[in-house]
Design a protein around this ligand. Structure first.
Ligand code: ADP
Length: 175
């Protein structure tokens, strides 16, 4: 895959600090805020974000919605609703893949060329990190192949263990 190494990168960071065009939020279907990365994004963006989310009125699992980033360095927040892990036989993988593909299409349609994702569903929603990272990377590879407007996708890992998992997945692409 030519240019793949630069187009997909993994970093260890707080996603609210990233100066990319769009950050993705691991939201719940109400879009009304929660803990984890969702809480951090709402705190950093300011109260206007909750107002914008309230106006949208919710989002089904496996899909995404976009709002401005308000006080964040990122211009946009894309709220993706990941599945709760129930053991893997309730369509979790397709729903998780849907978060990544929908988010990237939304980003491209709004002119966002650089997008950062957290590890959706791997916190409170308990999706196993390895399996989630494999789906994240595979879906981003597939979707960016069809979306030339997306210049770079950052996998924003919250700790060193997650970063290691993503780095292994990305290394497998270039073999
Ligand atoms: P979910 O409900 O989708 O599981 P969580 O917010 O509980 O969402 O966790 C998703 C992932 O986001 C976890 O891997 C967690 O470690 C990570 N995370 C939490 N806070 C941040 C942050 N500020 N920046 C990036 N990732 C974060």
């Amino acid at each position: 895959m030519s240019g793949g190494q630069d187009r997909l990168v993994a970093v260890e960071a707080d996603i609210t600090m990233l100066a990319v065009d769009a950050i993705v939020n691991a939201a719940n279907s109400s879009l009304l805020g929660g803990g984890g990365v969702d809480g951090a994004i709402h705190r950093a963006a300011g109260p206007e974000l909750l107002g914008a989310c309230r106006a949208i009125g919710g989002c089904p699992t496996g899909e995404a919605r976009i709002t401005p980033g308000f006080r964040l360095p990122a211009r946009w927040v894309i709220h993706a609703v990941g599945p709760v892990w129930h053991g893997g036989d309730r369509g979790e993988s397709a729903l998780l893949a849907g978060c990544y593909s929908h988010a990237l299409v939304l980003a491209a349609n709004h002119g966002a060329e650089t997008v950062a994702f957290p590890a959706i569903s791997t916190g409170v929603y308990r999706y196993p990190m390895e399996a989630a990272a494999r789906i994240a990377v595979a879906t981003v590879v597939e979707t960016t192949a069809r979306e030339p407007r997306i210049r770079q996708v950052t996998f924003c890992c919250f700790d060193a263990a997650a970063l290691g998992v993503y780095q292994r997945c990305l290394a497998q692409l270039t073999r």
